[in-house]
Ligand binder design. Structure first.
Ligand SMILES: [Zn+2]
Ligand SMILES: [Zn+2]
Ligand SMILES: [Zn+2]
Length: 158
């Protein structure tokens, strides 16, 4: 990332790299500033999101044995994926090994019963910091892309 890149909208210099609470990195146009009262940007609202370079890990893919890489998506989600996996933006298809593992979801068991089925609830904290209560019987099957079990979900206000 070049430091001297000017704002493509207005030509002003961009700010230093700012890291948000959820770990996302961005640079704002210095001709704009956040107005907390109107909850709008005054001036230029250009934001350049920075996608960190993937890091090679000292871990092997459980599917094919190739090295894994650590990636951070522009939504701040961390994931490990197989280094043989490549995405072709032209054909919009992925090739290579499809192993991927999302990180950053914390799960705690709660001493609360699901109002729908009476089973225990779990408290999940996702990478963006949001919390939700889900039923412990709820399961996601990555193969069929379907959820099974109880679908109770309650987002926590933060
Ligand atoms: Zn600008
Ligand atoms: Zn693999
Ligand atoms: Zn339930």
């Amino acid at each position: 990332m070049e430091n001297s890149t000017p704002c493509p909208k207005c030509g002003s210099p961009l700010s230093e790299v700012i890291e948000t609470k959820s770990g996302k990195q961005l640079r704002r146009c210095t001709a704009g500033s956040w107005n907390a009262q109107t909850k709008m940007v005054d001036g230029c609202d250009y934001v350049l999101w920075i996608t960190p370079e993937p890091k090679e890990l000292d871990e092997k893919c459980p599917k094919c044995g190739s090295p894994l890489i650590l990636m951070v998506t522009r939504f701040g989600k961390k994931m490990k994926k197989c280094s043989t996996n490549t995405w072709d933006p032209q054909t919009k298809t992925a090739s290579g090994c499809d192993y991927v593992e999302f990180l950053g979801t914390k799960v705690e068991e709660l001493d609360e019963d699901c109002p729908e089925c009476g089973e225990k609830l779990l408290l999940k904290t996702v990478a963006s910091g949001k919390q939700m209560k889900v039923c412990s019987t709820s399961k996601w099957d990555p193969k069929t892309k379907e959820t099974s079990g109880c679908t109770y979900i309650e987002w926590q206000p933060n």
